[in-house]
Design a protein around this ligand. Structure first.
Ligand code: MG
Length: 209
């Protein structure tokens, strides 16, 4: 079973939900159209990694980084209950790695994105900070160059709305992760890159091997 660290305690991971098109400037940079509701997709738990070395898949020539705030659900939420921020046990910075070339091909055919989003190591997360999220600063530097640098206050769908939407349609349970979407500045990763992911004043170093 895959686990994350909540402070220093290993915790099991259940579903991995991801929200797409959640920041206006990211929608524009990919020439996508805004959606009336959150775009939801899932990653298999086997795609999750907490290692500080990432290996990229061979089937894509264009793996992109998407830095995101990731939420950890701490409790089984009854189907008849309305979720609140207090159901969140912790939050982390994560990378929603995306095979952009494969995703473009799948989009053109109207097919699901799973291959582009669910490969091994496609869901990296830092250790989780215990507590309820508020407004957080996210950043990602690649080889010393700051590429993504934004605040979660620009989210088109705030955390409460994301919880309501996911719980209403799927049902949230203890151990679920939610990748809440990426701000502008996504770009390509290559073998040999060094990355620094930022969550407020915390920094996490990774390398692509
Ligand atoms: Mg994303």
């Amino acid at each position: 079973m895959k686990t994350i660290l909540l402070n220093t305690t290993p915790m099991p991971v259940n579903n991995i939900y991801c929200i797409g098109r959640s920041y206006a400037e990211h929608i524009s940079e990919l020439n996508n159209v805004p959606s009336d509701n959150p775009v939801v997709f899932l990653k298999p738990t086997t795609s999750l990694t907490t290692a500080n070395q990432l290996t990229l898949p061979k089937f894509s020539n264009d793996i992109h980084h998407e830095v995101e705030l990731v939420l950890y659900i701490g409790t089984d939420i009854d189907d008849h209950k309305i979720p609140t921020l207090d159901d969140i046990a912790g939050y982390a910075v994560g990378l929603d790695l995306t095979a952009r070339d494969i995703q473009s091909q799948l989009k053109a055919k109207g097919h699901p994105w799973t291959l582009a989003k669910g490969f091994k190591n496609a869901a990296w997360v830092s250790p989780f900070v215990a507590g309820v999220p508020s407004v957080h600063h996210l950043s990602l530097a690649v080889n010393g160059q700051l590429r993504q640098n934004d605040s979660t206050d620009k989210l088109l769908y705030n955390f409460t709305y994301q919880l309501h939407y996911l719980h209403a349609h799927f049902g949230l349970r203890a151990g679920d992760l939610i990748f809440t979407g990426t701000p502008k500045g996504v770009g390509q990763l290559k073998t040999g890159d060094t990355l620094v992911a930022g969550l407020d004043d915390k920094r996490f170093e990774l390398s692509v091997i």
